[in-house]
Design a protein around this ligand. Structure first.
Ligand SMILES: Cc1cc2nc3c(=O)[nH]c(=O)nc-3n(C[C@H](O)[C@H](O)[C@H](O)COP(=O)(O)OP(=O)(O)OC[C@H]3O[C@@H](n4cnc5c(N)ncnc54)[C@H](O)[C@@H]3O)c2cc1C
Length: 318
């Protein structure tokens, strides 16, 4: 256990350090100009047709897609409107290609981050437009969870949208946050569809568990709580130990297949995605696209030292 604590402290330090370096303007400039070739491992393309082509390729392998137009923490209304318009285009494009309709959005992309009192109502009205559009093609919309200061407002907006759109909208909860299990308990009476993730941001120990084993234990409790209540859950992780535990739990408790979905990131453990799909599990890949790929790419690099090595190798070789 002591070694686990040390390891997670190193993990947390490492993630904070990499995100800090990636946020420096000179590093961002370098990676934005020379890093696209590397980012393509995790990002399907800069345009919607490229993203649609990626969904089509994955569906041929039995893996469904989740489209995510990259962009977040947008602080002006014109940009928030532009993002909303581009998200609206995704639904008819998926339907025309006869592909499964599932889109992830971030509220900070569509207005939540605007200064002053106008941000929340703008994000809510844009989210409503997105959900109305999704409804036309029976598509599903999941609201991603961002960093800790945005969690409370995201929960409030989710409650409001869920009251209007029901099971057409879902939410992400992060097991590294100390508050998340209470948030889940409070949401259960709504019967929400949840995606459980560990969490990708650099958070302080006051709000997030510093110990990896606690993050993992909370993760499993949150998945099992959802299943025990007979509610659908997306198990979004690449962690083989967690996947094994969830599969065992599902078998022991005869969990209906339709309640359980496994989700992973585009370009990460594609072998495992195919293996689960071949076993008859429902698997979805989260497929980010768009020109605004830098913040997403930084978080992927910060997840694993191997990814930093991959970037450094790529920069030296190019
Ligand atoms: C579909 C989806 C949606 C997400 N949405 C959100 C969101 O809304 N908000 C948010 O904060 N985070 C989100 N995340 C990111 C998430 O929080 C984690 O940062 C990310 O999934 C990595 O954690 P992990 O659960 O895979 O486990 P980790 O603890 O990072 O890794 C556990 C094990 O998984 C394997 N593994 C992990 N990453 C890799 C890799 N890159 N290559 C090879 N093996 C790997 C390794 O065996 C590793 O030891 C999402 C993730 C997914 C899959």
């Amino acid at each position: 256990m002591a070694s686990e604590v040390v390891m997670l402290n190193v993990d947390r330090w490492y993630r904070g350090a990499v995100l800090g370096v990636a946020g420096r303007p000179q590093v961002e400039r370098l990676l934005r100009t020379r890093g696209w070739g590397l980012a393509k491992r995790f990002v399907a393309g800069e345009t919607l047709p490229e993203a649609i082509a990626a969904v089509r390729r994955l569906e041929a392998d039995g893996i469904l897609g989740i489209l995510d137009l990259l962009g977040e923490m947008v602080a002006d209304a014109t940009a928030a409107q532009a993002f909303t318009e581009r998200i609206l285009e995704i639904f008819p494009a998926l339907a025309e290609a006869s592909l499964s309709g599932y889109v992830s959005i971030k509220l900070s992309q569509i207005g939540q981050d605007l200064p002053g009192p106008g941000g929340e109502p703008l994000a809510l009205s844009n989210a409503r437009r997105i959900l109305q559009k999704a409804r036309e093609t029976s598509a599903f919309v999941c609201i991603d969870m961002e960093d800790c200061p945005r969690v409370e407002r995201t929960l409030e907006q989710f409650r409001q949208l869920h009251a209007e759109f029901g099971e057409q909208v879902g939410l992400v909860l992060q097991s590294y946050l100390r508050r998340s299990e209470d948030d889940q308990r409070a949401l259960l009476p709504l019967h929400p569809t949840l995606r459980i993730v560990k969490g990708a941001y650099s958070e302080s120990p006051e709000v997030a568990y510093p110990e990896k084993w606690k993050v993992d234990a909370a993760y499993l409790r949150m998945v099992y709580r959802q299943l025990a209540a007979g509610l659908p859950v997306a198990v979004a992780t690449h962690d083989p130990r967690i996947l094994r535990s969830v599969l065992d739990y599902a078998q022991r408790n005869a969990v209906p297949r339709e309640l359980l979905e496994f989700q992973m990131l585009y370009g990460v453990r594609s072998d495992l995605q195919r293996q689960l799909a071949a076993q008859g599990q429902r698997v979805r890949a989260y497929i980010p696209f768009g020109p605004d790929w830098y913040a997403y790419f930084s978080r992927r690099i910060a997840e694993r030292p191997a990814n930093v090595a991959f970037v450094l190798r790529g920069l030296f070789q190019s």
